[in-house]
Ligand binder design. Structure first.
Ligand code: SAH
Length: 226
C-alpha cells in the first residue's frame, strides 16, 4: 500500500488526533527546544494533524509554519484544525520539498521520517532548503535500540526504515547536517499500571513498558545545517 493510501485511511478514522495526543507527550519537549525566533519559517515533515506548526506559531512566534504530508486527507484534517493564515499545509512527499534553497529556518519531524522511501534523499532535501545554521529536529520512536518497536513494521502496510542511533548520526553527517545533540526524551505521561496488572494485552511485563516509555521514549537527532 502507498503511504498516502495508508494514512488517508488513518485520517478518515480520526487517528490523526489520537497520534497527536500520544506523540505530544514527548514532541512538546522537542518543539520547546527548537531555537525558533520570531518571524522564522518552520517546516514539519509528515505533519499528521499539524500540531507542530500550530505550536511553533503560538509559542515561538514563527512567521510561517508549513506542514507537509503525503496523505491528502491528513493535510485536509490539519487545515481544518486552524484558521491561522500563517499556518499552511501541503500535500507532497518530503523527498521533494517544494521550497527554495536556504528558505527554511528550522525543520521538525515526529514519527514520520522512517516512512521515507529514501531517507538519505530526505536529508539531502532538508539540507538544501534549510538556511546555514538552520536545524532539523528529527524525532522517532521506531529505531534499532528500541527493541519494543521492532514489530511495528508488521502493523502498517508501508515499508519502514529502522536505523540505529549511530546510523542516524552518520546519515545526518553525510547530508551536511552536523549532529549537535542526540538523546532520548522520556514519555513521563503515559500511565503505567501497577505490576499486578501485567501481562496486559500489549505488554508482558511492567519492566518492558517502563523501559519503552520512561527510558527509550523518543529518539531525537538534531542536525545543524552547514
Ligand atoms: N507527525 C505526526 C504524524 C505522524 S504519522 C504526529 O506526530 O502525530 C506519519 C505521517 O507522515 C503520516 O501522516 C504520513 O502520511 C506522513 N508521511 C509518511 N511518509 C511520508 C512522505 N514520504 N512524505 C510526506 N509525508 C509522509
Amino acid at each position: 500500500m502507498s503511504v498516502s493510501d495508508e494514512f488517508d485511511e488513518w485520517a478518515a478514522a480520526g487517528k490523526d488526533r489520537g497520534m497527536e495526543d500520544r506523540h505530544w507527550h514527548t514532541a512538546k519537549h522537542v518543539l520547546a527546544r527548537m531555537p525558533v525566533e520570531e518571524g522564522d519559517t518552520v517546516l514539519d515533515l509528515g505533519c499528521g494533524s499539524g500540531y507542530a506548526g500550530r505550536a511553533l506559531k503560538q509559542t515561538k512566534g514563527a512567521g510561517r509554519a508549513y506542514g507537509i504530508d503525503a496523505s491528502p486527507a491528513m493535510a485536509e484534517n490539519a487545515r481544518s484544525y486552524t484558521d491561522d493564515p500563517d499556518v499552511g499545509f501541503l500535500v507532497g512527499d518530503f523527498e521533494h520539498l517544494p521550497f527554495a534553497d536556504d528558505s527554511v529556518d528550522h525543520c521538525f519531524s515526529m514519527e514520520a521520517f522512517y516512512y521515507a522511501g529514501d531517507p538519505h534523499a530526505v536529508l539531502a532535501e532538508v539540507a538544501r532548503v534549510l538556511r546555514p545554521g538552520g536545524t532539523f529536529h528529527c524525532a522517532v520512536n521506531y529505531y534499532e535500540e528500541n527493541v519494543h518497536s521492532h514489530h511495528w513494521d508488521e502493523l502498517v502496510e508501508v515499508p519502514m526504515t529502522r536505523w540505529s542511533t549511530a546510523e542516524y548520526r552518520a546519515a545526518f553527517a553525510d547530508a551536511g547536517l552536523a549532529v549537535a545533540v542526540q538523546d532520548n526524551v522520556p514519555d513521563r505521561e503515559i500511565a503505567i499500571p501497577p505490576a499486578d496488572a501485567f501481562p496486559t494485552e500489549e505488554w508482558d511485563t511492567r519492566e518492558a513498558m517502563v523501559e519503552r516509555y520512561r527510558e527509550y521514549g523518543t529518539l531525537v537527532t538534531v542536525g545543524v545545517n552547514r
